[in-house]
Design a protein around this ligand. Structure first.
Ligand code: EPU
Length: 293
């Protein structure tokens, strides 16, 4: 299949925060054979590329964005590839959605991913950001990652060549220049009922603490060392603070919520306000976790 190209793709239709104007073009890659065409496309375009997953960690500006979006399409899988001692190695294409992968693992009775229940991203996005929650970061499970870049093509990187830090995966330092194509994860054999119970428990915990059904991009700021951005913002009086149709959640102060018809400009102003109040009150600089485009 040829590379699927769309002109003026709207970021507000491609992000969970439902914000953002049009980019110039979007290229959707379905098969490995599309990657050569992607390479030619990126050479032809003089625009900076940006690899987008499920858009669940993005805050895109309201104005037109001079970007070429690149997206890996949803794909079949996951697939059990081998047993390595007590581990079951599972291969997942980058375009798969994490909730689907968790559902598949639960039915198969494979444990390891349960802490990530409720994270809406794609596998590729989760690896690129080292997404995590409730004691699990996806990087902890990765045995190898296949990345693609226009200059290097497709290449498997073994675990020992990957550096996973808090919400950070190296070598994918520049989104758009290097994309995650697929990944292998080490899971453990378990009982489907036990996996389901633990996913249920995580979801209940998350639902009590986070606005799980609202239009958000997850946590807005990273937790500073030994601190919680949510607690700091809460103590600085940001919980529920609203500007236009955007607000800091009244459930968890580190989430921005689009109440419907929100604007990125208001979201950015709220972020600036939150950072300033936390700096004034606690002398701590909050660093964004969301990628601001
Ligand atoms: N807290 C408040 N007020 C708030 C929010 C939180 O006082 O408005 C307090 C809580 O009571 C708790 C502490 O702050 O004592 C920490 O809160 P929580 O347990 O909700 O965890 P968090 O540190 O805010 C992190 C991750 C989440 C992840 C959860 C669960 C970051 C920035 N956030 O949140 O990840 O789901 O732990 O593991 O690392 C994300 O990355 O997008 C994200 C949501």
């Amino acid at each position: 299949m040829p590379l699927e190209l769309t002109a003026n793709p709207l970021l507000c239709e491609r992000t969970t925060l439902r914000l953002g104007g049009p980019a110039v073009v979007e290229a959707v890659v379905r098969e490995a054979s599309d990657l050569d065409e992607l390479s030619a496309f990126l050479t032809r375009e003089t625009l900076p590329p940006f690899v987008i997953g499920a858009g669940s960690n993005l805050l895109a500006g309201d104005d037109p964005l001079e970007l070429a979006l690149v997206r890996v399409a949803d794909c079949p899988g996951p697939e059990r590839v081998e047993r390595d001692g007590s581990a079951i190695i599972v291969r997942c294409g980058a375009g798969l959605r994490l909730p689907g992968v968790l559902g598949w693992a639960q039915k198969a009775g494979f444990s390891g991913l349960e802490g990530m229940t409720g994270i809406p991203g794609t596998v590729g996005g989760a690896v690129a950001m080292n997404a995590g929650s409730y004691g699990v970061e996806i990087g902890d499970l990765v045995t190898r990652v296949r990345i693609w870049s226009p200059s290097g093509g497709l290449a498997w990187l073994d675990r020992n060549r990957c550096i996973f830090d808090y919400r950070h995966f190296s070598p994918v330092q520049m989104p758009g220049k290097c994309l995650v194509w697929e990944v292998e994860l080490a899971l453990r054999e378990s009982d489907p009922k036990a996996v389901r119970q633990s996913m249920h428990d995580v979801y209940e915990k998350k639902k009590a603490a986070q606005p799980v059904t609202a239009r958000t991009a997850g946590c807005v700021f990273k937790n500073p060392p030994e601190e919680s951005a949510g607690r700091l913002l809460d103590q600085a009086g940001m919980k529920g603070v609203r500007l236009g149709h955007m607000a800091f959640s009244d459930v968890h102060a580190n989430f921005l919520v689009n109440l419907g018809g929100g604007k990125a400009a208001d979201a950015l102003e709220l972020m600036a306000m939150g950072r300033e109040r936390v700096m004034d009150q606690f002398g701590i600089t909050l660093e964004p976790e969301v990628i601001v485009l």
